[in-house]
Design a protein around this ligand. Structure first.
Ligand SMILES: [Zn+2]
Length: 251
């Protein structure tokens, strides 16, 4: 009986914070908002955090979803999430960053790309703007080739290949990232248009054609060094990034 009562209490805490979004492949289960105070350049900023996972089954039986968590080995594959700031649902204009996960740049602070810088700067821009969201897309490592393949690609880059050549020589298309899930989540959280933080007009077009309601674009350049010069140059010459601005292959 004690166990039963605990489960009921646990479920009552969680049930109103879970929602499902039906997709063509099944459903996205979105949990949040969760309070997330973040240390941003020494200042504590209160974000609201949401996390999601995909399921093949479409159900409103969240008890069942929760019951299955411990048997799913979720740590073996990553889930994506979004940091939301301000009155995201209702504000007239909101800044959005669709940030591709970068294990080396975001976590270790690698200078081979500018991802870590772009992530922190996006959070700062969103905070200063007053409303927005940073989507952290976990299946986008190395433009969608995965971390282990990215390690191989880095070895090729150390031997004269650029980012695009390295990925293609390993048998990957240059950019296989998909934004459908992130757009679905965004549309659940906000229906008004957004301004996208990116240096990549192609990314803007891809998001527009995938159904995102975009009103404009804000560039984000910085953190240039001898270590990412070639990488940034490749973005301009091969990946459509605007030259007058100059940025990571993950953008
Ligand atoms: Zn990176």
């Amino acid at each position: 009986m004690g166990q039963m009562k605990l489960e009921t209490k646990v479920f009552s805490i969680l049930k109103d914070k879970i929602q499902s979004i039906q997709t063509t492949e099944g459903a996205i289960y979105l949990v949040g908002p969760i309070k997330l105070p973040v240390n941003l350049y020494g200042e504590t900023i209160e974000f609201k955090w949401y996390c999601w996972m995909n399921g093949e089954e479409v159900t409103d039986d969240y008890q069942q979803i929760i019951d299955n968590l411990s048997s799913q080995n979720l740590a073996e594959y990553q889930q994506s999430s979004v940091l939301v700031y301000g009155d995201f649902e209702n504000s007239e204009d909101a800044l959005i960053r669709m940030h591709s996960i970068c294990h080396t740049g975001d976590i270790f602070g690698s200078k081979r790309c500018d991802c870590g810088y772009q992530l922190k700067e996006s959070m700062k821009k969103v905070k200063e703007h007053g409303s927005g969201a940073i989507f952290y897309l976990a299946n986008h490592e190395g433009r969608g080739i995965g971390l282990f393949s990215k390690a191989m690609a880095y070895l090729l880059q150390e031997n004269g290949y650029d980012t695009v050549e390295a990925n293609e020589n390993l048998g990957f298309v240059n950019d296989s990232r998909n934004y459908d899930d992130a757009i679905n989540v965004l549309q659940r959280l906000r229906s008004k248009p957004v301004t996208l933080i990116t240096n990549n007009p192609l990314k803007l077009e891809a998001l527009k054609s995938a159904g995102l309601h975009v009103s404009g674009r804000v560039p984000l350049w910085g953190d240039f060094s001898e270590y990412n010069e070639k990488y940034l140059q490749t973005k301009i010459t091969k990946s459509g990034h605007l030259k007058e601005e100059r940025t990571c292959s993950n953008d």
